[in-house]
Write a protein that binds this ligand. Structure first.
Ligand SMILES: CC(C)(COP(=O)(O)OP(=O)(O)OC[C@H]1O[C@@H](n2cnc3c(N)ncnc32)[C@H](O)[C@@H]1OP(=O)(O)O)[C@@H](O)C(=O)NCCC(=O)NCCS
Length: 178
């Protein structure tokens, strides 16, 4: 298949994208790419919030599970994860926490490539089961995860409580009821 105007870099040429472990100098690039993709509008209900601390915490805690996709020395994707061991369970779980690909390079297999390496690293660390969660409306991610081999979805209800009223009341009380 030859490249068309809509598809300037078909999957056959994605070998120009290299996957490697994240390094300290990558933190800012990873954070800014995530900032573009994990907006409040795109994931208004996510219980984890994308911020600098999220990246730094995962990087310092589990650098081996933080990988980046690089093209022409620019980070075009990343996958960040961690492992979980539960009391009374011999099993070690791998948690895929964040996965993102630059919009300009989506649908070219970058996420799949990142995940394949991530899975290898998890296997080397004796992980028995991988878990991932995403918004129920994030159809691209759900299709991707199914294609990668994830299944057996469990429903989880997410509730919120707006504290605006209580906050107003508290402010009034601390201001002496004025
Ligand atoms: C989800 C995301 C990581 C996919 O990255 P990607 O590099 O485009 O994915 P890939 O090219 O490896 O896609 C592999 C397969 O996943 C599915 N898929 C990926 N994106 C899709 C989309 N937008 N619509 C439908 N299916 C999609 C397809 O089956 C695709 O195979 P195909 O292109 O041969 O049909 C990317 O869209 C993204 O960064 N989204 C915003 C962040 C996010 O939601 N992250 C996931 C939750 S942490």
């Amino acid at each position: 298949m030859t490249a068309s105007a809509e598809d300037p870099e078909p999957k056959s040429r994605r070998s120009s994208i290299k996957i490697r472990e994240m390094e300290i100098d990558d933190i800012a690039q990873v954070f800014h790419l995530g900032e573009k993709l994990f907006t409040a509008e795109s994931a208004p209900n996510t219980y984890r919030t994308w911020d600098e601390y999220e990246v730094i915490e995962l990087f310092y805690g589990d650098v081996e599970f933080c990988l980046v996709a690089v093209k022409d020395e620019k980070i075009v994707g990343f996958i960040l994860g961690t492992t979980i061991t539960k009391t009374h369970s011999a099993w070690k779980y791998g948690h895929l926490v964040w996965l993102a690909v630059d919009p300009a390079l989506q649908r070219k297999g970058v996420a799949e490539k990142l995940f394949r390496r991530f899975k290898d690293v998890m296997l080397k660390h004796d992980v028995r089961m991988l878990v991932v969660d995403t918004d129920a409306e994030n159809l691209p991610a759900l299709r991707l995860f199914r294609r990668l081999g994830f299944g057996n979805p469990k429903q989880h209800i997410y509730l919120t409580m707006n504290m605006a009223g209580e906050r107003q009341l508290m402010k009034k009380k601390t201001n002496g009821g004025n």
